[in-house]
Design a protein around this ligand. Structure first.
Ligand SMILES: Nc1nc2c(ncn2[C@@H]2O[C@H](COP(=O)(O)OP(=O)(O)OP(=O)(O)O)[C@@H](O)[C@H]2O)c(=O)[nH]1
Ligand SMILES: [Zn+2]
Length: 341
């Protein structure tokens, strides 16, 4: 079967897969005989993509480093050979820094909305949510906070109002991740072609949400969600699917890398997140005011006046410092300048 041929079980249109003018503009003068495909799984030595015709395993040119590709990437593929030709520029990119290494690990590409998942219980932690918000802002991705386990909490609304103070205009959704209503509740962010990703601590309900969105029962997911593969040494491993179709439209990306994101290179994202502090800074006497001990500090004045929460200022300081120590030198703002091939 040629990659370009439609087949039953294929995808209705490229738009359904998330294709848009942003990507189409990049292939206007592209070589004939190529079709676009979207990366669905990244392995150490293999890439699996979804083309309009269905799932394909890509042939890779010599010296391809699969770590340069992220789930959600758009690539062009030569139809007859299934050879990967090139990657298209990314609309958005989420990357993670691996502990003790300076290189970034790509977690997901071309995500429109980041669902930041926490539950209405002790997991709720403003500082951690702010880290995820900074990452989303930095990557030009719309953040939405999902508060799960509303069914087990008497004070779900208290959590909602707390979450809403974390960033201006932030959408916060309170829900039971196991409910049949999840698809309907999250439909505004999951239209045809939309791509969402989930982040959050262990046990907050990410897998449950993916199952609910993809319309899979737990048993069905265990049957279809894990794929047995042999690695280079012939060992059998079960690899989780990473790009799931959402019932009713859209795609949800769920990769192990996304589950352990750290903040780095998020200075602009942090500014957007703490806009009430950023907005006051020009009124400080010193241009490089750290809002700590300086005289004439408008931010400290707001804390004294009770219009700015002192804890929030402390979290801003911690996150800003952490970002400064973590930020590596070479990262593209929109993800197109990352490591050269
Ligand atoms: N009552 C209730 N239970 C939930 C809800 N969301 C998740 N759970 C339960 O919480 C447990 C953990 O949910 P998971 O979906 O596995 O959590 P996860 O975020 O995927 O966890 P990791 O795989 O460790 O990252 C499961 O037993 C779920 O059934 C919810 O909204 N309400
Ligand atoms: Zn100041």
């Amino acid at each position: 079967m040629l990659v370009g041929d439609a087949e039953p079980g294929g995808i209705a249109s490229l738009e359904t897969l998330g294709w848009s003018g942003f990507f189409a503009d990049q292939v206007v003068a592209d070589d004939p005989g190529c079709v676009p495909a979207r990366i669905a799984r990244v392995h150490r030595t293999r890439l699996v993509a979804l083309a309009q015709a269905g799932e394909i395993e890509l042939e890779l040119p010599n010296r391809t480093n699969t770590a340069d590709y992220a789930v959600g990437d758009w690539v062009t593929v030569e139809t007859t050979s299934r050879m990967l030709v090139r990657r298209l520029d990314r609309k958005t990119l989420l990357q993670r820094r691996t502990e003790g290494r300076s290189a970034q690990q790509l977690a997901a590409a071309n995500v429109d909305t980041l669902f930041i998942v926490t539950s209405c219980n002790a997991d709720f932690n403003p500082a951690r949510l702010e880290r995820y918000l900074a990452l989303a802002n930095q990557g030009d991705i719309v953040p939405v906070i999902l508060l799960t386990k509303a069914d087990t909490a008497d004070d779900a609304e208290t959590y909602r109002s707390q979450a809403m103070t974390l960033q201006r205009g932030l959408d916060v959704v309170v829900l039971d991740a196991r409910s049949g209503e999840v698809g309907k509740t999250l439909a505004p962010w999951c239209g045809t072609g939309a791509t969402v990703a989930l982040v959050g601590s262990s046990g907050v309900g990410k897998s449950t949400l993916v199952n609910s969105l993809a319309g899979l029962e737990r048993d069905a997911r265990q049957k279809t969600g894990g794929i047995r593969e042999s690695d280079a040494k012939g060992r059998h491993t079960t690899t989780a699917r990473s790009l799931h179709a959402i019932e009713g439209g859209g795609w949800v990306i769920d990769t192990p890398g996304l589950r352990t994101l750290h903040v780095s290179d998020s200075a602009e994202g942090i500014d957007a997140l703490f806009s009430e502090i950023t907005d006051l800074a020009p009124q400080c006497r010193f241009r490089d005011c750290t809002h700590d001990h300086e005289p004439g500090c408008a931010v400290q004045a707001a804390v004294r006046a009770g219009t700015l929460d002192a804890d929030r200022l402390a979290r801003w300081r911690k996150l800003t410092q952490e970002n400064r120590t973590n930020t590596p030198v070479m990262v593209g703002a929109r993800g197109n300048k990352s490591r050269a091939r």
